[in-house]
Ligand binder design. Structure first.
Ligand SMILES: Nc1ncnc2c1ncn2[C@@H]1O[C@H](COP(=O)(O)OP(=O)(O)OP(=O)(O)O)[C@@H](O)[C@H]1O
Length: 369
């Protein structure tokens, strides 16, 4: 039982009316007890995935399974799922206790049982003592916690969170990120969190699904996705990147900006055109002689933990550098990087092909590629 994913999408397509499909052939799995994030730009289909899981809408094609059972025809109120919405959807005329108790009252649960469960849920989200408060007397962060208490009081197997932090200011948002993550760990149930904020996704998730235009672009741990993006979209969307066209010369050697560099990539065809990614924090400012690239500093912004420096090489390519060292605008400098800092992406590679190629590296079998 424990090996069966709690939710599985099998080739799910969703089309509203006669419009183009919003989700195209999406297959994905969620395991029990993990914190997942659906990440992607506005309109990519994140909320549609949540609505399909909650049972608020049906797939146009494909199947959805909960614990191995097809739930395509199972109505929302029969699914072990609760949703926390962006605007919390609390009842302003009810106090905190009644907001949390609402679903239990509908289920006609005994009064003493309701009291016990609501108190437990409020304690869980650190709102003990706030039972009689009006919703309008609560801060944004407290309302957020009421909404979460209202979801967990039903003891669902899955909690869906649709951009629940987007209305909060930055400081509170960061606090709530820690709180939510900690709450999920303590509860041990599956959280599926929707955001378009990549930093939030990296900070909170066990696993991330990156979506664009109704398709899963890549899934994996935050580290996997940050260190080994499979295409330009993911490299660009997750963190900042320098992305430049190049050519694989042979294993461990790649060419870009007219120069050849040692790299750790292998298993691509000799002379194959590739895209090269170097993260700004992996570029080190150094002397022109020591630099592997020679550039001129164009702009410099102080960002608190680092300087964000934009430079141009002689071909007009921009290089973004995050450095604790200050540079001088207009100055010619060298940029140094280790071979490991270069990440090579194959044009048009799917996630499965990418995974297969990585596995082959590990097994030392490169012939197939
Ligand atoms: N009920 C609906 N009827 C018709 N089109 C819809 C409906 N709901 C969503 N869409 C369309 O489906 C696409 C995906 O919407 P969805 O809300 O899933 O995206 P999202 O990634 O959650 O976006 P956002 O971050 O802006 O909330 C959008 O183009 C949207 O206009």
């Amino acid at each position: 039982m424990t090996n069966i994913p709690i939710i599985r999408f099998e080739n799910v397509t969703k089309q509203y009316d006669d419009d183009d499909a919003v989700l195209v052939n999406v297959s994905l799995e969620f395991e029990r007890g993990k914190f997942y994030t659906l990440l992607g730009p506005s309109g990519c289909g994140k909320t549609t995935i949540l609505r399909l899981i909650a049972g608020f809408t049906e797939p146009s094609a494909g199947n959805i399974y909960f614990n191995g059972k097809n739930v395509n025809q199972v109505p929302a109120n029969k699914r072990q799922v609760n949703t926390v919405f962006q605007d919390y959807a609390l009842f302003p005329h009810l106090n905190v206790f009644e907001n949390v108790a609402f679903g239990l009252r509908i289920k006609k649960m005994k009064k003493s049982e309701i009291e016990k469960k609501v108190h437990e849920a409020l304690q869980f989200v650190n709102l003990k003592g706030y039972e009689n408060r009006e919703i309008k007397e609560m801060s944004g962060g407290q309302r957020q916690r009421v909404a979460i208490a209202r979801a967990i009081v039903n003891e669902p197997e899955i909690i869906l969170l649709d951009e629940p932090l987007s209305a909060l200011d930055l400081k509170l948002r960061t606090e709530m990120q820690y709180e939510l993550r900690e709450l999920q760990r303590r509860l041990g149930i599956t959280f599926i969190f929707v955001t378009h904020d990549q930093e939030e996704a990296l900070a909170m998730s066990d696993e991330i699904f990156v979506l664009n235009q109704g398709k899963i672009q890549q899934s994996g741990t935050p580290n996997d996705i940050y260190d080994e993006p499979i295409n330009r979209f993911v490299a660009d969307f997750i963190g900042e990147s320098n992305i430049i066209n190049g050519k694989m010369i042979r294993d461990y050697e790649v060419e870009f900006v007219g120069k050849r560099f040692e790299c750790v990539d292998k298993g691509l065809h000799d002379n194959e055109p590739v895209e090269v990614v170097i993260r700004p924090e992996d570029l080190e400012i150094t002397s022109i002689e020591r630099g592997k690239l020679q550039v001129r500093v164009d702009t410099q912004l102080f960002r608190g933990v680092h300087y964000e420096i934009s430079c141009y090489d002689k071909d007009g390519n921009e290089w973004l550098v995050h450095s604790t060292k200050k540079a001088t605008v207009g100055e010619e400098i060298g940029l140094y990087f280790e071979p490991e800092a270069i990440h090579v992406m194959r044009f048009g590679e799917s996630e499965e092909e990418f995974d297969r190629r990585l596995e082959s590296y590990e097994e030392g079998d490169y012939d197939e590629f």
